[in-house]
Write a protein that binds this ligand. Sequence first.
Ligand code: ATP
Ligand code: MG
Ligand code: MG
Ligand code: MG
Length: 349
Amino acid sequence: TKLRVGLLFGGRSGEHEVSISSARAIAKALMAGQNQEKYTVLPIYIQKDGIWQGVTVAQQVLESGTPLISDGSGNLWQFPPDVTDVDVWFPILHGPNGEDGTIQGLLKLIQVPAVGSGVLGSAIGMDKIAMKMAFAQAGLPQVKYMAVNRAQVWSNPCVFPKLVDEIEANLGYPCFVKPANLGSSVGIAKVRSRSQLEAALDNAASYDRRIIVEAGVVAREVECAVLGNDNPKASVVGEITFKSDFYDYETKYTAGLADLIIPAAIPDSVTSQIQDMALAAFTAVDGAGLGRVDFFYVEATGEVLINEINTLPGFTATSMYPQLWAATGVPFPDLVNQLIELALERDNG
Ligand code: ATP
Ligand code: MG
Ligand code: MG
Ligand code: MG
């Protein structure tokens, strides 16, 4: 009998569209070649408003590749009946309400194995402040940063200028203002002046209660993929190149604006340092299954700084994570297969 894989996609986040693309690629891989005999794919779609749709509607969204605009009907807490047929979940939701431990908690509660990190790993991996604390504890070098909360930004006009003074004194310009719990560069601004900093803080506060401000670094951007549970493996290292000011949303998702170079043309010693750091980062946040770890390689000094981990990285056919594994000798269909096996292995206990 075939294993019934619940492919959970869409989601209540700014990365909804990316999730649809990831799910399309994964569904295709689960229904091709040898995987075809092993798996039955049950797509389940979470609308932007959080309402779940069963296989029939989800299949239509997968085929069209475009989000279903909610008509406002449907009960948030009424899950489609197909949900009970699932043997193993493959959540491929990016960003808040999907990559952050919320879905992982729900799937744990219903006692069905799921691909990827659990509640803790997902939550730490999503919150850049908690993540940086975990990385620091593991001795991983990173940029200087300050944690800020919305209440400080939206405080009375006497408090806010002091916060801005402090950021200027500690981090200088340029610095990066980020909502702590997001992805795909949504809500991120690179700022070069006090007025830009103030506006960026206000904007970030509209996305998240928790905000992080980081010193800007001039560096090459390299990424490493991790696969496994208690004995994870690191892939070859890839580099991202682009002409824009930074790797923002438009650069990430407009064809032709960024190039992935796999493997990155960097010294072997730097590659192995990055691989070691990627594994340490994965362990530091309690990752499981998969993770893509992003780094800054400061060529001038040879220094490698960790930027972040993504516990449910982009998974389209052209995304960095599957491409890194393909270049390491694990083709896409094999990769999804291994991830499902890792989910079953981990959740058996
Ligand atoms: P992802 O889509 O990978 O989840 P994200 O939304 O979590 O991205 P980051 O990876 O933290 O965001 O930052 C997005 C981009 O902004 C980086 O790839 C880089 O181009 C730029 N960036 C972020 N922080 C810094 C920094 N401290 N110094 C220089 N560039 C930075
Ligand atoms: Mg991220
Ligand atoms: Mg992300
Ligand atoms: Mg990133």
